[in-house]
Write a protein that binds this ligand. Sequence first.
Ligand code: DOR
Length: 438
Amino acid sequence: MPKAILLKGGRVVDPATGLDAVRDVLVEKGVIAAVGKGLGANGATVVDCDGLVVAPAFVDLHAHLREPGREDAETIESGSRAAAIGGYSALCAMANTSPVADSAAVVEQVFNTGRAVGLVDVYPVGALTVGLEGKHLAEMGEMHDSAAHVTFFSDDGRCVQDSGLMRRALEYARAFDAIVANHAEDAGLADGGAMNEGEVSGLLGLPGIPGEAEELIIARDLALAKLAGARLHVPHVSTANSVALIRAAKEAGVRVTAEATPHHLALTDTLVASFDPVFRVAPPLRTRADVDALRAGLIDGTIDCVATDHAPHAREDKEKEFDKAPPGMLGLETALGVLIAELVAPGLLNLTQLIDRMSTTPARIRGLVGHGGPVAAGAAATLVAFDPAARWVVDPTRLQSLSDNTPFAGRELQGKVVHTMLRGKFTVLDGEVVHGQR
Ligand code: DOR
């Protein structure tokens, strides 16, 4: 039988119970056996957590793992390693793989491979439409009834343009209380665009995508979610007006949740002046005013959570002229460091709010029991321990991901994961991925 583990003297921050105090956490047989002061080791392995924050491990509602199909860019295993080193215990893997995750066979393959790797729980997102083509609804019921038990559907990367189809998807999803997320980008308005439309795109002479391309679709989808009485999740919100639309819809009782990415919370379109394709992403980086509105939304809860939109791309694909490069940025390994540096250190968000937005709330949205806390006796020992003061510089050559398209290369971040634990087993110990889970 594996030995008990005593996480000694960490600052336990748990939004679910409201606890924010130095406590010991005793872990036995995958479960938290006790949380208290001065707990005795009694033969348990003692792991010193002095100076560390101990919290429920993070949950990412939005990651692209590229398997099946582009295993040169990322695999479920490499993406799981990246997630574990970032402090995550669960992630939702988007459906834009090859083949597309639009059938029971593909979602089961992704789910089972994630379980076999064993570093994070991988929850496949089912495609909304067959082949992401936006024409016919995918077999949502079949994916829901599969071993992967899909309750989250999206064509992410592509927007469902047809309003009638989107309405039917929402109505269908409502039958099993599933969540529908739509990549909000009006095709006509976004056509040919490579970056945010505004002052900077004008100066650079690059074709722009106006914020309205996102806002029109969000406004439509909010109306359709209301009509269908269904749950809508708005992924990677990027503009101030989108935040305002979601805020108003929540006040009106629409069943909507929303996420923002670390890059949209930290970076602006001025970075595109370098013409470095690493700064191309969908939706595009926006203005300072948009970043400030996203931050305000995250603070007041209009934006429920942070999701990474981890989007690895192989170097030969990404290193092209800016407007020819595929959109997407890595996110799993840098999310915590970006959020502490940009939001917690300046006093905009406290640690309880940070952990709520990275763990407790995304776990609740996806309905994941055993993730997102509580840090309390009887709950799953699925935890992260991080140093909130550690400063480190992002070196793309040292990432777990098979790709290196991080927009934070060379940047100093604050906050580093030291240990991650999934159901009582370390997946990361002393900053290193623990292998041999299979
Ligand atoms: O920038 C992005 N890249 N946004 C998306 O929604 C899709 C993603 C990808 O798959 O590369």
